[in-house]
Design a protein. Structure first.
Length: 252
């Protein structure tokens, strides 16, 4: 089984850019950025429970990574960068730390490296279970109206919030809930040590108004880039800034 994806091949020889979206997004999420980087072939992936992969169920990160590996093989992608946002960033970091043949480098935007205490894991597990129940039982518009009131999205104005609520309400609540539980931050290992010991390039992007993830970036052995005029979803709030940042990274 493979994940649904959209491929945009470019010149042969250059590594692919493999884009992984955040929770409740899909393969379209990164396209405003990726389609400005036409010197590189691009693969926009739908993660399990989302978009064209909505009916794919997984039990945890290990299955997501196996699906990602098999998907890359199916497209004959031998050399690539993983570029992931939030949930997609967590998947990308976990995959890279477990070993991905052909990986040229890792770019993560607003992805959490992992919780460091059992108390924090327990709290996150309870929170994700609560959200998963709501996704299964309530109208998505109502759930996302509350979802985007969380502190991490504080930089969004009312218009941006309404736009995201409308966009995300096209999802399937049951499949989102299953993926939220399977890839809860409570189930993710703390990747800090593995990322420090890595053998691949690692770049971390975060919005200047995303105080939580700017603080996390300081804990990582990565080259950090702050995206101006943006919060947690920097590639949506300032796509030109993220394009410029990626272009700089990929020239190195």
């Amino acid at each position: 089984m493979n994940l649904h994806a959209q491929a945009k091949p470019a010149q042969p020889g250059a590594p692919w850019l493999v884009f992984l979206h955040g929770f409740s997004g899909d393969c379209r999420e990164w396209q405003a950025v990726g389609e400005q980087l036409t010197a590189f072939s691009r693969l926009y992936v739908d993660l399990p429970g989302h978009g064209g992969s909505a009916e794919i169920r997984v039990s945890g990160f290990a299955q997501v990574i196996e699906l990602l590996r098999s998907t890359l093989i199916s497209y004959n992608i031998l050399n690539y960068w993983l570029v992931g946002y939030s949930l997609g960033g967590r998947v990308a970091m976990t995959a890279a730390c477990q070993g991905m043949t052909g990986l040229c480098g890792l770019v993560v935007e607003g992805g959490h490296p992992g919780l460091q205490s059992e108390a924090a894991r327990d709290a996150r597990r309870r929170s994700d279970a609560h959200w998963a129940q709501r996704f299964r039982q309530e109208a998505l518009r109502d759930v996302f109206s509350d979802w985007y009131q969380q502190p991490v999205f504080a930089s969004l104005n009312a218009g941006h919030r309404a736009e995201l609520v409308a966009l995300r309400s096209d999802n399937n609540g049951g499949t989102l809930a299953a993926m939220l539980e399977a890839t809860s931050l409570a189930a993710q290992p703390d990747l800090r040590a593995a990322l420090t010991a890595r053998t691949f390039p690692f770049y971390y992007l975060c919005g200047e108004r995303d105080s939580k993830f700017r603080a996390l970036a300081a804990e990582l052995a990565a080259e950090s880039h702050v995206i101006r005029n943006a919060g947690h979803n920097a590639h949506r709030e300032n796509p030109a800034g993220v394009v410029a940042c990626l272009a700089q990274i990929l020239r190195l």
